[in-house]
Design a binder for this molecule. Structure first.
Ligand code: ASP
Ligand code: MG
Length: 462
């Protein structure tokens, strides 16, 4: 048994939907099908809600074009669709129109309302695809995942209540002769209020369902050939990694390699369910598999390079950091209070300064808040200054095989040194699976190519 998930790009129009349907049909083991909204639809729904909340009537134009897109798609897929369109699609659009009108009247769109608006994308695409599939073969059932995935009330990035959800999933998807078409991205609270898992959350839905049903594999069908050794826009000879471990893939997801939603692997790790990344535009290509036991890499090589841009560093300098317990905790508290995610931290053992890296948009407000909250430490000269550097890039070199292999950092930093790249901070987690370093954004291309050339030359291509 298998869960297959198709993203928006695989559902761009009627033609693409037919290709996806063929992939589903030709593989008898893929009985649980999770779908995203049609391409671009979520963005348009958000845009419509935003405009409505500002009282801008342009939202109506977006609404009309969304309606047209879905009606055109069903017309192109199934000729005989009147009753489906009247009974299912039109009432959904009427409801959406009313909600948008409500937002316009209130001039307010809370995260809760926004989640409800966004949920229409997946509900519409799944209704359309299940109707189409049932016109070409038997036993297809539409599943609104709000009925089977329960979450907390953290709208727009809800946490799954696994115990409740797993029972519902197992009970609801129990008919082994059916093909279930399941809405990605959405769930509901115990009271039944619609929630979402955050943008691109449909991957996560696929793994939640796969794990609950203990399937043999999960397949994520997207528009790239698999997980790449580096961003191909930066490294022209980046290649598809045939196999990588769950940990490596999680590291990469964290570093913004946009292949899968970062939470996707969590439900799969415990049950050791492999996750394939496949390309609907190139279905015969094997893709990448992310799995538990992955021993194919050359010893001593790394697996991939990933990076995060638009990062700033805050260098917090002062004697108060030397041997004085508690200062770092006061500093981190400020970040926590502002809800700012710290991406990386370094402190040399001289303890004279602490370097905290976060998104550029967060850095300046973090400094202001620290200057207020830690005023006393500044007045008593325990803290001297907080220096901000913008336009930085965190680059991460990732690979399970780095663990216990001497010489990797030597090769890494020589490669950077030979290219005269200045490194501003370095961190290696004790998992030894990731070495991260901070450089000026302007050095990004040179640095990533130098590292790729050193460790992932074409001769190393597995
Ligand atoms: N439709 C949602 C989004 O665009 C979820 C997904 O595509 O996975 O974010
Ligand atoms: Mg999407």
């Amino acid at each position: 048994m298998k869960v297959v998930k198709f993203g928006g790009s695989s559902l761009g129009d009627a033609k693409r939907i037919k290709i996806a349907a063929e992939i589903i049909r030709s593989d008898k083991t893929s009985r649980f099908v999770v779908l995203s909204a049609m391409q671009g639809v979520t963005n348009q729904l958000i845009e419509a809600a935003l405009l409505a909340s500002k009282g801008e009537l342009l939202y109506k134009t977006i609404f009309e074009s969304l309606k047209q897109l879905h009606l055109d798609t069903i017309n192109q897929l199934v000729t005989n669709n009147e009753s489906f369109t009247l009974k299912i699609l039109i009432p959904m659009f009427e409801e959406l129109e009313e909600i948008l009108h409500g937002i316009e009247l209130l001039q307010d769109c809370t995260p809760r309302t926004k989640d409800l608006v966004m949920s229409f994308g997946e509900r519409l695409s799944c209704q359309i695809v299940s109707f189409y599939l049932s016109s070409i073969y038997d036993s297809v059932e539409y599943i609104d995942s709000r009925d089977i995935i329960k979450t907390d009330e953290n709208f727009s990035s809800a946490a799954v209540l696994f115990e409740e959800s797993n029972t519902l999933i197992v009970n609801r998807l129990a008919n082994l002769s059916r093909t279930y078409i399941i809405t990605g991205f959405i769930g509901s609270t115990l009271k039944g209020i619609t929630t979402t898992f955050g943008r691109n959350g449909s991957d996560y839905t696929a793994s939640i369902i796969g794990s609950a049903l203990s399937v043999d594999s999960v397949e994520i069908w997207t528009d790239v050939d698999g997980v790449l050794s580096a961003d191909p826009r930066i490294v022209p000879n980046a290649y598809v990694i045939p196999e990588l471990s769950m940990e490596e893939a999680s590291e990469m997801a964290y570093f913004g390699a946009k292949v899968i939603h970062p939470y996707t692997l969590h439900p799969l790790i415990e049950k050791k369910i492999p996750c394939w990344i496949k390309n609907t535009f190139n279905p015969s290509f094997s893709g990448s598999v992310i799995k538990d036991n992955c021993i194919n890499h050359e010893p001593g090589t790394i697996t991939a390079i990933a990076s995060i841009d638009n990062v700033s560093s805050l260098n917090i300098i002062g004697s108060g950091l030397i041997g004085l317990p508690g200062m770092t905790s006061k500093i981190f508290l400020v970040f926590a209070k502002l809800g700012i995610n710290i991406i990386m931290i370094t402190q040399a053992s001289s303890e004279h300064s602490l370097c905290v890296l976060c998104r550029t948009e967060d850095a300046h407000r973090a400094r202001e808040q620290m200057e207020t909250d830690l005023k006393e430490s500044f007045q008593s000269h325990y803290l001297r200054e907080i220096e901000i550097r913008d336009n930085l890039e965190i680059v991460a070199v990732i690979g399970d095989k780095m663990k216990g292999t001497p010489g990797i950092s030597g090769r890494l930093f020589s490669a950077l040194g030979n290219n005269k790249i200045n490194i501003q901070a370095i961190a290696q987690g004790s998992s030894e699976r990731n070495i991260s370093f901070v450089i000026d954004s302007s050095d990004k291309k040179l640095a990533i190519n130098a590292v790729h050339e050193t460790f992932l030359r074409p001769k190393d291509i597995p």
